[in-house]
Design a binder for this molecule. Sequence first.
Ligand SMILES: Cc1cc2nc3c(=O)[nH]c(=O)nc-3n(C[C@H](O)[C@H](O)[C@H](O)COP(=O)(O)O)c2cc1C
Length: 350
Amino acid sequence: MILDAAASILRLFPAESAHRATIWLTEALGGLLPAAAPSDPRLAIRVLGRDFANPIGLAAGFDKDARVPDPMLKIGFGFVECGTITPRRQAGNAQPRLFRLAEDRAVINRMGFNNDGMDAAVARLGARRRGGIVGINIGANKDSNDRVADYRTALARLALVADYVAVNVSSPNTPGLRGLQDRDELERLLAALTQMRNRLGLSVPILVKIAPDLDGHALDDIADVATKSGIEGLIVSNTTIARPSTLRSPNAAEAGGLSGAPLFEPSTEILHAMHARTGAKLVLVGVGGVASGADAYAKIRAGASLVQLYTALAYRGPGLVTRLQRELVECLARDGFTHVGDAVGAAHRS
Ligand SMILES: Cc1cc2nc3c(=O)[nH]c(=O)nc-3n(C[C@H](O)[C@H](O)[C@H](O)COP(=O)(O)O)c2cc1C
């Protein structure tokens, strides 16, 4: 496929230049991209008050500035999460800040929320014809002296152009940000956000994106706070600051968050643990190292109603999206599930 060939050529360039070129080309030529065939009806799922044609979404960080949600939906994603978007534009960390670990099918990034700010995103998203599910991932500016206020501001401004809002408290690349996952901080943040949502009379679903580097006690706290707060779901997980001893790439010691294949097991374990703690009370989105239909299926069995990916797309190209759906349908058929929703949490029942 010509798109996969173009992706292979881009992989010859430094990682961030290749990514910038990908966004630029997709934005310029998106209208010409061939549309994926409609998803298999067995993959349709209704969650968060929305009908998803399939449960495979594009994770945050690929389209930080909401430039290409529609082309990404067109190549077959069931939903796209734009961001992380902060209230004010910021440059992010010094380059280089994005590293391929090709031998490990992984990436390390320390981008640091480089983005154009919420006003630019609202202008872009407001101009698109709605259709297809687009979530927006929000964060605080690095130099903010009131992080809760930043999230509140971003929610209020972006909720009207979002099908859901993801609250990113788990990026390892903004110092101190992950402290917002602590019980008291999280309670305060989620109370502020749900109050703001009520005050504006909005019903946009709110999901919190958590780190994979949390112990059982922290998971207990998050599960408890999240279920009591009135939010709708959790995204499990962001990149990890851990460095498994199995990494072979010379870039393995770079600082930042590790994503891709080595993240699959730890993030799926945390997802499984979260489902055990929250049951049907929260919608779980499984993300981390998904590169095949079997990987997506494992996340779904562990408790995910929706799945996201990013790193595998960079290595395998856009053809991955429909391939993964085909493989997922095969997994469901093999195990006698007529519908993807029936497999959610199946690992907890067997
Ligand atoms: C280059 C890069 C940038 C990312 N930026 C963000 C971000 O801005 N906000 C966020 O919530 N997650 C971000 N992520 C994390 C991904 O959304 C995802 O949680 C993580 O990469 C694990 O999925 P994967 O293994 O399929 O890539 C980023 C990941 C990468 C590789």
